[in-house]
Unconditional design. Structure first.
Length: 198
C-alpha cells in the first residue's frame, strides 16, 4: 500500500539531488584577476541592446554592479563615475553600470542624475551571477519624486556592490568586493594607473 508513496518520495529525492549541482555551481562562481571575463548582453537605459563583445578589444571596460537605482549610495557611486568620465575616457576606459532595475528605472536614474554612460538592466541577476556577484532575490521598491511626480521604482533582484576592470583582451585585471560608493571611480582610476592597464 505504501509502495507508490515511497517510489514518489524516492523519485523526488533523486530529482532534487540531480538539480543540486546546478544550483550550487551557479552560486559558487568565483572570478579573480587573470580570469577571462564572461560575455554578456543586456538592454540599456536607451532601450537598445548592449553587448560586451562589441567593446572588448576597443576599450578597457569598467563594470560596476550596484544594488538599486535612485538610492543614496548608488547615486553617489554613479555620479562619481559621471564626474570622472573625461579622465577615464582619456585612459581608454569606458564605464557601464549594472543593476537589477528595469530599463525604465535605469532611464529615470540616468536622466535625473545626468549620467553619461550606459546603465544595463539585469532584472534576473544572471549577469551579476556570471561574475560571481551575490544576488538577493525578492521584490523591493522605492518611491522617489521625479519632475514633480512620485514614481515607484521596483526590482525583483538586488545585487551586491562590486566593481571589475576588464582589459582590452577580455581579462579581468581588477575586482573590488568592498566598494566605497562615493570613491569608486577614484579607486578605479588609481587601479588603471597602478596596473598599467592598456
Amino acid at each position: 500500500m505504501n509502495l507508490p508513496f515511497n517510489l514518489t518520495l524516492v523519485s523526488l529525492l533523486i530529482s532534487a539531488l540531480l538539480l543540486l549541482p546546478l544550483v550550487t555551481s551557479a552560486q559558487e562562481i568565483t572570478l579573480e584577476p587573470g580570469d577571462e571575463a564572461p560575455s554578456f548582453t543586456a538592454m540599456a537605459d536607451n532601450g537598445e541592446q548592449w553587448n560586451s563583445d562589441d567593446h572588448v578589444g576597443d576599450s578597457i571596460i569598467v563594470v560596476f554592479f550596484y544594488p538599486a537605482a535612485m538610492t543614496g549610495g548608488c547615486t553617489a557611486q554613479a555620479c562619481s563615475f559621471r564626474d570622472n568620465r573625461t579622465k577615464l575616457t582619456e585612459m581608454g576606459a569606458e564605464v557601464v553600470g549594472i543593476s537589477g532595475d528595469t530599463v525604465e528605472n535605469q532611464r529615470i536614474f540616468k536622466i535625473t542624475n545626468n549620467l553619461n554612460f550606459p546603465l544595463l538592466s539585469d532584472t534576473d541577476g544572471s549577469i551579476a551571477r556570471s561574475f560571481g556577484v551575490p544576488v538577493r532575490e525578492g521584490a523591493s521598491s522605492i518611491t522617489r519624486e521625479v519632475d514633480g511626480e512620485e514614481v515607484v521604482l521596483s526590482r525583483k533582484v538586488t545585487t551586491a556592490r562590486w566593481t571589475f576592470i576588464i582589459d582590452r583582451d577580455g581579462t579581468i585585471v581588477y575586482k573590488d568586493t568592498q566598494v566605497d560608493a562615493a570613491g569608486d571611480s577614484e579607486a578605479v582610476i588609481s587601479a588603471i594607473e597602478r596596473l598599467a592597464v592598456r
